[in-house]
Design a binder for this molecule. Structure first.
Ligand SMILES: NC(=O)c1ccc[n+]([C@@H]2O[C@H](COP(=O)([O-])OP(=O)(O)OC[C@H]3O[C@@H](n4cnc5c(N)ncnc54)[C@H](OP(=O)(O)O)[C@@H]3O)[C@@H](O)[C@H]2O)c1
Length: 192
């Protein structure tokens, strides 16, 4: 059983908290008004928009040392909703890892709409949380939390794969924004 801190109490913060609780782990939710409250989890989910991440790191960077830090952001250009704002060979997760060298950063949850985390399934498949990161133990810890809730966790590879996960996140959002799929839908994975 893990103890998970979630920074951000919005749609994704609540959905991920539900997953964590369903898997039998404990969770603390920290909102933007809780900056005096230290993070106590070994796993810390940054459930905020990409633009808010620098603030969170400025407020809590020291507290995140030694912890598994989960980046769920989709770093989308909100002026056009037509591109990512990170460099073509980079990712939000890589930027966060560079700013938090003493943390173990995992990209995850950015390709699963909140409703699919709550539902636990997409079509006839369990909802799949794709993960990318350089620390195997960190990915295993997160996978245990996710699978404990009946969802599927899939290790997509090193932190370099965060770029592809962010591209997939952008594509899924453009499909939903264009009403070609619903916000309750998205990409499912059929393992074999
Ligand atoms: N919604 C989805 O289905 C989905 C799916 C995949 C990934 N994502 C990603 O998940 C992230 C969160 O999205 P969301 O839909 O949950 O947005 P949201 O409902 O607007 O929640 C964002 C939360 O961030 C909080 N916040 C901002 N600055 C903060 C700070 N310094 N400390 C603590 N909390 C802070 C806000 O708190 P206040 O309201 O108090 O300011 C708000 O509760 C985004 O990066 C998004 O790209 C979303």
């Amino acid at each position: 059983m893990a103890h998970v801190s979630i920074i951000g109490t919005g749609t994704m913060g609540q959905a991920i908290a539900g997953v964590v609780r369903q898997g039998g782990s404990t969770v603390e939710l920290l909102g933007s008004a809780d900056t005096d409250q230290p993070v106590t989890g070994d796993v810390v989910v940054l459930a905020v928009y990409y633009g808010a991440v620098p603030d969170v790191i400025a407020q809590r960077g020291e507290q995140l040392a030694g912890k598994v830090v989960v980046d769920i952001t989709n770093p989308i250009d909100t002026a056009t909703f037509d591109a990512l704002v990170v460099p073509p060979d980079g990712s939000a997760a890589a930027e966060i890892a560079a700013r938090l060298p003493r943390s173990r950063v995992v990209k995850a949850f950015n390709t699963t709409f909140a409703a699919t985390l709550a539902a636990g399934a997409l079509g006839d498949q369990p909802t799949t949380v794709l993960m990318a990161g350089d620390d195997e133990e960190a990915k295993s810890a997160l996978a245990e939390i996710v699978t404990g809730a009946g969802l599927r966790a899939l290790d997509a590879g090193s932190l370099r794969r965060a770029r592809e996960l962010e591209a997939l996140g952008l594509l899924q959002i453009t499909l939903a924004a264009g009403e070609k799929i619903g916000w309750t839908g998205g990409f499912a994975l059929v393992p074999r």
